[in-house]
Design a protein around this ligand. Structure first.
Ligand code: NAD
Length: 429
C-alpha cells in the first residue's frame, strides 16, 4: 500500500475542538488545499446557498402566545434538491445547522445520490411541549417554508427529536398548501404514507456493508471480527442486530448508563429484549457489566460509535485499540483526534460514508414517491448494498490515488464532485 500523508495538526484553541462548524471547516480546508481548489470555488462551496430564519408564533395549550425560532439552511443545490433533517432541541444554533447542512452536501456527493445538502432546526424543548404544541410548531414552520421546500427544491427528513409523525404533519401541511397530496416533500414518513421499506434498518445496514468491505482488506472473517458498539438506539441497535445475524462477534454494547461485555459474543436479540423490558442494557444475565469508558477502549477489530458527536477526542484517541473505526454517528471524532488515529494506523470509515445508508434509502423513498411505485424490501436492500459498496470503493481508491487517509479522501471526492457540477452548470448571471 502507498505511504499516506497524515492530516496536519489542526490550528486553533483546544476549546474549539467541540464546535461542529469549526470541525466541518477544518476538514473542508484540508480537502480543498489537497485538491488545489481555486479560491473562488472554495468561497462558493464554503458559503451556504440560502439561510432562512423564522420566528414562529404559537398558541400554547394554556392559551399563552410563545414565539419559537427556526432555521432552514440550504448549503448546496448544485447536484439536486437540498436534503437533510430537521431537529428540535433547546440548544439548536444557526452555526450547528450550517455545519450539518454542509455535511449533508458532502455525504450525498460521496454516495453519489442526486441531492444537495440542507438542514433545519427549531429552538424548543420537546420534553416541555405537548404533542399538539409540537404539531402546531411543525405545521407553522412548514407553512412558512412552503416557498423554499418541495420535492424539486429541498426535502427534509427526521433528525434529533423529530419522528415519522413529524414528517406526516409536514407532508400534510405542505399538501394542503399545494392543494394536492405531495408525499415526496419529506422522507422518513410512515410506510402507509409513502415511506420506504428498509428505511429503519438502512443506516445500520449501511454500516455493516462498509465494515464488511474493510474487513476484506484486512483478510479477516466475520466470525473472528470482534465488534464494540456504542449506542443501542436506531443506528447502534440495527447495526448490532444485522451484524450479529451475519456472524460478527459483538463483544460489547455501550449505552449512556453503562456497558455489557461477553468475549464469546452477545446474544443481540436477547439483549434487545432485556433492554426493552428493563430500560437498560446492564444487568443482562448472559454478559458481565462493564464501565462504559473501559468498554470503549477494549481490544477489538471493529469499533462502531453510534451514539453522539465528539466521543473520540484529542484526550482519548491514543487509548483506542481497534483496527477499524466505523463512524455510525455524525461527527463522533473531532478534527483534533484525526492525526492521532492516523498515527495509530486505524482504518477509519468516516461518518459521511459510514452512515450514508440512511440518506441513500431516503433517496429511494423520494424516487418511489415520485414513481408512485413501491419496491419490496429485498430490492431496497440490494440497491443500498450496491451504492454503499461502490461508495466505499470510490473513497478507498481516492485515498490510495492521492496518498491521503479515508476521511480526507471522502471530503476530497465530495468537494470534487460538487465543484465539477458547479463548473458544468456555470455561474448564472
Ligand atoms: P438514537 O437516539 O436512536 O440512539 C442513540 C443511542 O445512544 C441512545 O440509545 C442513547 O441512549 C445512546 N447514548 C447517548 N449518549 C451515550 C453515551 N455517552 N454513551 C453510550 N450511549 C449513549 O439515535 P440514532 O438515530 O441511532 O443516531 C445516533 C447517531 O447516528 C447520531 O449521531 C445521528 O446523527 C447519527 N445518524 C443517524 C441516522 C439515522 O438514520 N438514524 C443516520 C445518519 C446518522
Amino acid at each position: 500500500m502507498q505511504e499516506v500523508i497524515a492530516p496536519p495538526l489542526p490550528k486553533g484553541e483546544v476549546e474549539d475542538e467541540f464546535n461542529p462548524l469549526l470541525s466541518a471547516e477544518a476538514r473542508f480546508d484540508e480537502a480543498a488545499a489537497r485538491l488545489n481548489l481555486d479560491e473562488g470555488m472554495q468561497k462558493v462551496l464554503r458559503s451556504p446557498a440560502r439561510e432562512v430564519i423564522l420566528h414562529i408564533p404559537i398558541q400554547l395549550d394554556d392559551g399563552r402566545l410563545e414565539v419559537f425560532t427556526g432555521y432552514r439552511v440550504q448549503h448546496s443545490i448544485a447536484r439536486g434538491p437540498g436534503k437533510g433533517g430537521i431537529r428540535y432541541a433547546p440548544d439548536v444554533t444557526l452555526d450547528e445547522v450550517r455545519a450539518l447542512a454542509s455535511w449533508m452536501t458532502w455525504k450525498c456527493a460521496v454516495c453519489n445520490v442526486p441531492f444537495g445538502g440542507a438542514k433545519g432546526g427549531v429552538i424548543c424543548d420537546p420534553n416541555l411541549l405537548s404533542p399538539s404544541e409540537l404539531e402546531r410548531i411543525t405545521r407553522r414552520y412548514t407553512a412558512e417554508l412552503f416557498d423554499f421546500i418541495g420535492p424539486e427544491k429541498d426535502v427534509p427528513a427526521p433528525d434529533m427529536n423529530t419522528t415519522e409523525q413529524t414528517m406526516a404533519w409536514i407532508m400534510d401541511t405542505y399538501s394542503m398548501h399545494a392543494r394536492h397530496t405531495q408525499t415526496a416533500v419529506v422522507t422518513g414518513k410512515p410506510i402507509d404514507l409513502g415511506g420506504s421499506r428498509g428505511r429503519t434498518e438502512a443506516t445500520g445496514r449501511g454500516c455493516m456493508i462498509v465494515t464488511e468491505q474493510a474487513l476484506r482488506r484486512f483478510g479477516l472473517e466475520r466470525s473472528s471480527a470482534r465488534v464494540v458498539i456504542q449506542g443501542f438506539g436506531n443506528v447502534g441497535g440495527m447495526s448490532a442486530k444485522l451484524m450479529a445475524r451475519a456472524g460478527f462477534k459483538i463483544i460489547s454494547v455501550i449505552e449512556a448508563d453503562g456497558a455489557v461485555y461477553n468475549p464469546r459474543g452477545l446474544d443481540i436479540p436477547a439483549l434487545m429484549k432485556h433492554s426493552r423490558e428493563t430500560g437498560s442494557v446492564t444487568g443482562f444475565s448472559e454478559a458481565e457489566d462493564m464501565d462504559r469508558d473501559e468498554a470503549f477502549f477494549l481490544e477489538t477489530e471493529i469499533l462502531l460509535p453510534a451514539a453522539k458527536e465528539n466521543v473520540i477526542t484529542s484526550h482519548n484517541a491514543h487509548r483506542l485499540r481497534t483496527k477499524i473505526l466505523c463512524e455510525g454517528a455524525n461527527g463522533p471524532t473531532t478534527h483534533f483526534a484525526d492525526p492521532v488515529l492516523a498515527e495509530k494506523g486505524i482504518f477509519v470509515i468516516p461518518d459521511i460514508l459510514a452512515n450514508a445508508g440512511g440518506v441513500t434509502v431516503s433517496y429511494f423513498e423520494w424516487v418511489q414517491d415520485r414513481q408512485g411505485y413501491f419496491w419490496n424490501e429485498q430490492t431496497v436492500n440490494d440497491r443500498l448494498e450496491e451504492i454503499m459498496v461502490n461508495s466505499f470503493r470510490d473513497v478507498v481508491a481516492y485515498a490510495e490515488k492521492h496518498g491521503v487517509h479515508n476521511r480526507t479522501a471522502a471530503y476530497m471526492l465530495a468537494l470534487d464532485r460538487v465543484a465539477f457540477a458547479i463548473k458544468l452548470r456555470g455561474i448564472y448571471a
